[in-house]
Design a protein around this ligand. Structure first.
Ligand SMILES: NC(=O)c1ccc[n+]([C@@H]2O[C@H](COP(=O)([O-])OP(=O)(O)OC[C@H]3O[C@@H](n4cnc5c(N)ncnc54)[C@H](O)[C@@H]3O)[C@@H](O)[C@H]2O)c1
Length: 244
């Protein structure tokens, strides 16, 4: 690999928004390091991209495994961009959410993101760009006590780390997707899917490519002087209309 080519890690890269982001960063000229804990879909996606001439490599690991993340980062020739996209999601009313489920979601969505960020910055001696994938759900949402709290955690992590890392030339921003047509959305019942679409000002679902486009803005080396910001890509749902 040409040492002048910028390297980007994308977590949760095997499907959905992560895979769309990989495609977009390849178009934008990055070498992309694909990470996912599901080995098989990840390998299949990476093989398809390689066959089409994409500059990718793939690593099956969990973002909660600090040793595995550290080994991956240490083995890269350089690191310029990290997209923290991997997350877990399930609906659950506050009164029936177990402490165990609450901890499990927090462990991946917040602590996993924290681990990847902390290991990644060790290789960002020349500066870098970190993009965390939050969710509009950080504002509030029906049956989102655990998920919304975890994504509010991602926002807090983004904004506070942006302050601490600014003097090292590392920009930290987030995107907050609304309803996006992926497996995560399809895991909801058809009735709940229709109910949620009806609440969108646009009456439409977003596509993974819409989120990849926002991520690509923050990942672009020409995007400077912007840090600690949240780009909400949600069909207008966050403008103060009913959130549940
Ligand atoms: N789809 C939506 O409507 C929507 C809305 C708002 C925010 N988001 C956020 O966008 C991101 C991507 O969502 P998606 O819909 O593409 O999800 P998805 O479930 O389709 O894909 C998530 C990927 O992350 C991987 N992953 C999960 N836990 C992991 C771990 N511990 N280590 C490594 N990989 C792991 C999964 O294997 C999967 O491939 C997530 O952060 C999600 O919370 C999605």
């Amino acid at each position: 690999m040409n040492s002048k080519i910028e390297v980007a890690i994308v977590t949760g890269a095997g499907q959905g928004i992560g895979l769309a982001t990989v495609n977009r960063l390849l178009e934008d000229g990055f070498h992309v390091v694909m990470v996912d804990r599901q080995a098989e879909p990840l390998a299949t996606a990476a093989a398809g991209l390689k066959a089409a001439g994409g500059s990718v490599e793939h690593h099956a690991l969990s973002i909660t495994d600090r040793a595995a993340v550290a080994a991956l980062v240490a083995g890269l020739p350089r690191l310029d961009v990290v997209v923290n996209n991997a997350a877990v999601f399930w609906d659950g009313k506050f009164d029936t959410t177990s402490e165990d489920d609450f901890r499990k979601m927090y462990d991946v969505n917040v602590i996993g993101t924290f681990i990847v960020m902390q290991e990644a910055i060790k290789r960002m001696s020349r500066g870098g760009r970190i993009i965390n994938v939050a969710s509009r759900a950080y504002l509030a949402g029906y049956a989102h006590a655990a998920y919304g709290t975890s994504k509010a955690g991602v926002i807090g992590l983004t904004r506070s780390s942006a302050i601490d890392l600014a003097e090292r030339g590392i920009l930290v921003n987030a995107v907050a997707p609304g309803l996006i047509e992926t497996e995560m959305f399809r895991s909801l019942t058809p009735e709940r899917q229709q109910e949620l679409i009806a609440k969108q000002p646009t009456k439409a679902l977003g596509q993974p490519e819409d989120i990849a486009n926002g991520i690509a803005f923050f990942a672009n080396p020409r995007t400077q002087n912007v840090t600690g910001q949240i780009m909400t890509l949600d069909g207008g749902r966050s403008m103060g209309i009913s959130l549940y």
